[in-house]
Structures are given as C-alpha cells and as structure tokens.
Design a protein around this ligand. Sequence first.
Ligand SMILES: [Zn+2]
Ligand SMILES: [Zn+2]
Length: 202
Amino acid sequence: MGTALNQKTLEAVVAFHGHWCPGLAMGVRLAELALCEVGHCGDEEIVAVAESDNCAVDAVQFLTGCTVGKGNLIIRNVGKTAFSFYRRRDGKAVRIVPRPQPEEQSDAYRVFQVRSNAGTLSDDERRAFAELRDGRARALMEADLESLFLVGPVLFDAPPHAPMEPSRLCEACGEKVMETKMRLHRGRALCQDCFANRVPRS
Ligand SMILES: [Zn+2]
Ligand SMILES: [Zn+2]
C-alpha cells in the first residue's frame, strides 16, 4: 500500500518544490499521515512545527495547508525531518518522526552526499547517486505509512498564535518595519539592521 495521492497532486507538489527528490517524497508521505491524524488546515486551524528547513517542508506546506506565510508553520530548525501538528479545536497534537531507514545510513549514501555537496562526483558517480536517490524516493512512495513513521506525543505545547502587528517607519533607513521587531537606540526607533550598525543613515 503506497501513496494514496493521485498523479496530478504529486505533479503539483513537484512543481511547487521545483524538483523530485527523496526529501520531497518523505514530506509527501509525512503529510499524508498528518492529514489522517489531524486533517487539512482548511477544515480547521492546524499549526505545524517543522524541525528542519529541508525539502520535506515544501511538501508539508503544499499538502496540509500549514504555511510559513500564514504563520501556522513554524520552523524550529534542529536539523531533524520531524514535524509536530496541533489541532486547536480539540487539542489533538502529534509528533511524526521518520523511522531510520538502513539504506540512508549506509556509508555509500553518506559519502555520495558529502562529495555531491562538494561537487567532486565523477559523471559515473553522479549517475549512481541519482539512481540511489530515485530508488529511495520510489521506496518511500510505495511503503506503508506505518513502516515509515513513528507517531508520538509532542515535545512542547502549541506555539502561541502570532497575529499581524502594526508597522512603522525605521527612523534611519525609512523602511516599514513591524513595530515588535524594532529596537530603540538613543530615543530613535530603528529596524534591527540599522540598530546593528548604530550608524544613522541619511
Ligand atoms: Zn528537494
Ligand atoms: Zn532601518
């Protein structure tokens, strides 16, 4: 039993993210499980907390409707592909974590990853790595959700609702800034960048 999503939806996710990759596949499957656990954000207010800022986040945003821009997807980047989902209506909250997959921990995969990042793969190696990644993405799409993920309790309470705050103009650069993000310097309200330089610009 693999993915329950249709081809058109998957193509839309790929178009949103820009490419197909194992990280996106992981996010797609994790989002499927989140939809089973807490439903779509359009139906009721769901807040998600992501523990990384990797490819999986885009799939989760696209499929669950929790987005950074709406303020109901919060990135708390500790470098883990793990997500917590909070449903405000009844307080249901789950943390979804991928089960470690042996092939991802393999030395070959890690060495390929490091050398790919460094840009030192030969053409043959690049093809081999692409094949590994394709296989990994395919396996993710075909697997049972239960075999891929652990669902457990959340580590923290739901983050507080953060409404839009009023803005005003920075007294140095003249750009509009959310008031709560400003800093006071010698009686002048400054944006954080002007505050950091502490040099009034004209
Ligand atoms: Zn990607
Ligand atoms: Zn400024």
